[in-house]
Design a protein around this ligand. Structure first.
Ligand code: NAD
Length: 238
C-alpha cells in the first residue's frame, strides 16, 4: 500500500515523533471506543453516557455512575495490541519522544512506553475525595454500589470527567512536546473532545500523519491520511 510506504519513509527520516491518540488505539485490544459503530454511545442507557461521565452526575447520582463505570469503563485484563507495541518500540529506538493520550486504560505503559501523558487520567489510580488516600483499582472494581474510604469519603477514579479541567502540568508538557516535534502521528481519535483535540494545533513540524478508521471530525490540512485499523497499519512498519 502506497500510504504505508510513505509512512515508513516519514518514520525513517524522523528524529522527534509525538503520537497523539484516543480510544480507537485500544479497540483492537477489545476496549470499545465512544463514537464508532460498536462504541459506547450507540448503546442504550437510562442517561446518555456523556451525562453519566460528568462531574455533576458523579455528585448527584454517584451509585449509578459507579454501576456504569465498573461495567463499561474497566477492562483490567485487556492487553496491548500491535499499535501500543510499535509505539513503545519507536520510543526505545529514540525516535518517539512522547505519547499524548486521551485514553485512561494504561495500555501504553503495559506495552513498555514510559513517556506517556495521560490527558484524561487513568483508571489505575483512585483517591479518596476526602482524605486523599490512594486506592488500587481493585478497590473500585470489586466494590458494590459506591466505594468508600476508611475515613468515610468516596473513592474517586483519577479520570477527568466532563465538566472537569485537565491537569495543567500535563497539558503544558504535552504542548511543549507537540511544539518541538518534527512529526506528529494522530491515531484512533474522532478529535471531538476539547480541550484535548485542540492540542494538535500546536504542531508546526514537518510531517503530520493521521491513522484512523474514517475521518476525524476536525480537518487536519496537509496530513498523510491512512484510513485503517491502527494496529494493522503500525504492524507493517519496520
Ligand atoms: P472516540 O470514540 O470519539 O473516537 C474514536 C475514533 O477512533 C473514531 O474516529 C473511530 O472511527 C476510530 N477507531 C476505532 N477503532 C480504530 C482502530 N482500530 N484504528 C483506528 N481508528 C479507530 O474516542 P476519542 O476521540 O478518544 O474521544 C473520546 C473519549 O473517550 C476520550 O476522552 C477518552 O478519554 C475516552 N475513552 C477512552 C477509552 C480508553 O481508555 N480505551 C475508551 C473509551 C473512551
Amino acid at each position: 500500500m502506497e500510504e504505508i510506504l510513505k509512512l515508513q519513509k516519514i518514520i525513517d527520516g524522523a528524529k522527534d515523533i509525538v503520537f497523539f491518540g484516543g480510544a480507537g488505539v485500544s479497540t483492537e485490544s477489545g476496549i470499545p471506543d465512544f463514537r464508532s459503530q460498536d462504541g459506547l454511545y450507540k448503546l442504550k442507557y437510562d442517561y446518555p453516557p456523556e451525562q453519566i461521565l460528568s462531574h455533576t452526575f458523579f455528585n448527584y447520582h454517584t451509585r449509578e455512575f459507579f454501576d456504569f463505570y465498573r461495567d463499561k469503563m474497566l477492562y483490567l485484563n485487556a492487553k496491548p495490541n500491535a499499535a501500543h507495541y510499535k509505539l513503545a518500540d519507536l520510543e526505545k529506538q529514540g525516535k518517539l519522544s512522547a505519547i499524548v493520550t486521551q485514553n485512561i486504560d494504561g495500555l501504553h505503559q503495559k506495552a513498555g512506553s514510559s513517556d506517556v501523558l495521560e490527558l484524561h487520567g487513568s483508571v489505575w489510580r483512585n483517591y479518596c475525595t476526602h482524605c486523599g488516600k490512594f486506592y488500587h483499582v481493585e478497590s473500585v472494581a470489586n466494590s458494590q454500589g459506591v466505594p468508600y474510604c476508611d475515613c468515610g469519603g468516596i473513592i474517586k477514579p483519577d479520570v477527568v470527567l466532563y465538566e472537569e479541567g485537565l491537569d495543567k502540568d500535563i497539558l503544558e508538557i504535552s504542548i511543549k512536546h507537540i511544539e518541538e516535534a518534527d512529526t506528529l502521528i494522530i491515531g484512533g481519535t474522532s478529535l471531538n473532545v476539547y480541550p484535548a483535540a485542540g492540542l494538535v494545533d500546536y504542531f508546526h513540524g514537518k510531517n503530520l500523519v493521521v491513522i484512523n478508521k474514517g475521518k476525524p471530525s476536525k480537518i487536519i490540512p496537509d496530513a498523510l491520511y491512512i484510513d485503517g485499523k491502527i494496529g494493522e497499519v503500525l504492524s507493517q512498519i519496520k
